[in-house]
Write a protein that binds this ligand. Structure first.
Ligand code: RRO
Length: 302
């Protein structure tokens, strides 16, 4: 039997492990992205970058709940031109998350990020925190198809499309992304939710609603991965409540080829990547697997 390896190939990218941070938990500094890679992540994902600098929403933007985290950051970022000035390629895989408020913005930012020398683009059409301002493209499969096709025309890089769990038929949206040329689906972004303070009798976040991540989200995103895997051929990057090796294995068995870690990275820090690698390696040894793709989607066969 060949030697156990966690390395994967994802849409042409060679990753030393299937783990990466979720967009939004890191910012865009090259040093910190590099640190994530050195700590055991196969790729590092930037905060979502838009066409112009944005401050984001007013505080409080963040609250820890019993089974997860609620955030309404509101897309704070320094803008694509700033990123282009600061970033000049790397020797490790960097995935740039990006957004726009219309198709032209998405195309413009995709071109700038391609010029900056990142390894892949993650098209964020599923932020739950700017719905009044720019809507949510991921709610409509036709929009997702059109924006994906436009971005694919504008870049030579692999494009991963990040979908929302807050839709009735995620398969329809994933199929539209695939038909438009997406190279992978990231499933999922956070789920729109609310927290209320009983004493103050008011919503806790200044934005009123936020996006729920962490363990509360896991069974929902896992179901999304499951459904997408049954209907779509391109690879799936699972995202939502991956805390430990068992969560990771569940996602692989449901059909994810790679995984993003958001809340667990925020709470436990850089050690989370090697902890996941150690736990998944142990599982693979016990089950006689030498590669991750030997058990991706396996739960569908039972
Ligand atoms: O910045 C945010 O408020 C945010 C974004 Br862009 C996103 O995609 N998902 C999320 O939970 N928060």
């Amino acid at each position: 039997m060949s030697k156990l390896s966690l390395a994967i190939e994802l849409a042409g990218l060679r990753l030393k492990t299937p783990f990466m941070n979720a967009a939004g938990v890191l910012g865009i500094s090259l040093d910190i992205l590099r640190r994530v890679h050195m700590a055991g992540a196969g790729a590092a994902v930037t905060k979502s970058i838009g066409p112009e600098p944005r401050n984001g929403h007013k505080n409080p933007t963040f609250i820890f709940l019993e089974f997860g985290v609620l955030n309404a950051m509101g897309l704070p970022n320094p803008g694509a031109e700033y990123f282009l000035k600061k970033f000049s390629g790397t020797d490790f895989p960097v995935i740039a998350s990006f957004f726009g408020s219309n198709f032209e913005d998405f195309v413009k930012v995709a071109k700038i990020l391609t010029e900056a020398g990142v390894s892949a683009l993650e098209l964020n059409c599923s932020c739950p925190n700017v719905i009044e301002e720019m809507g949510m493209l991921a709610a409509d499969s036709r929009n997702v198809g059109q924006v994906t096709a436009a971005v694919k025309q504008a870049t030579s890089l692999p494009v991963f499309v990040k979908l929302s769990p807050s839709v009735t038929d995620i398969v329809k949206v994933a199929k539209a992304a695939q038909e438009a040329g997406a190279d992978a689906i990231t499933a999922t972004n956070t789920l729109r939710a609310i927290a209320i303070n009983a004493e103050l009798k008011t919503p806790i976040l200044a934005n009123v609603t936020g996006g729920l991540s962490g363990s509360a989200l896991k069974p929902i995103s896992l179901r999304c991965v499951w459904e997408i895997y049954e209907n779509v051929e391109i690879p799936i990057i699972g995202c939502g409540g991956v805390e430990n090796w068992r969560d990771a294995v569940e996602y692989f068995l449901a059909g994810a080829s790679a995984l993003q870690v958001g809340t667990a990275f925020m709470t436990r820090g850089f050690s989370v990547f090697n902890e996941l690698s150690d736990g998944v390696s142990e599982y693979m040894k016990k089950n006689d697997y030498s590669r991750i793709n030997e058990f991706v989607g396996m739960a569908h066969e039972s």
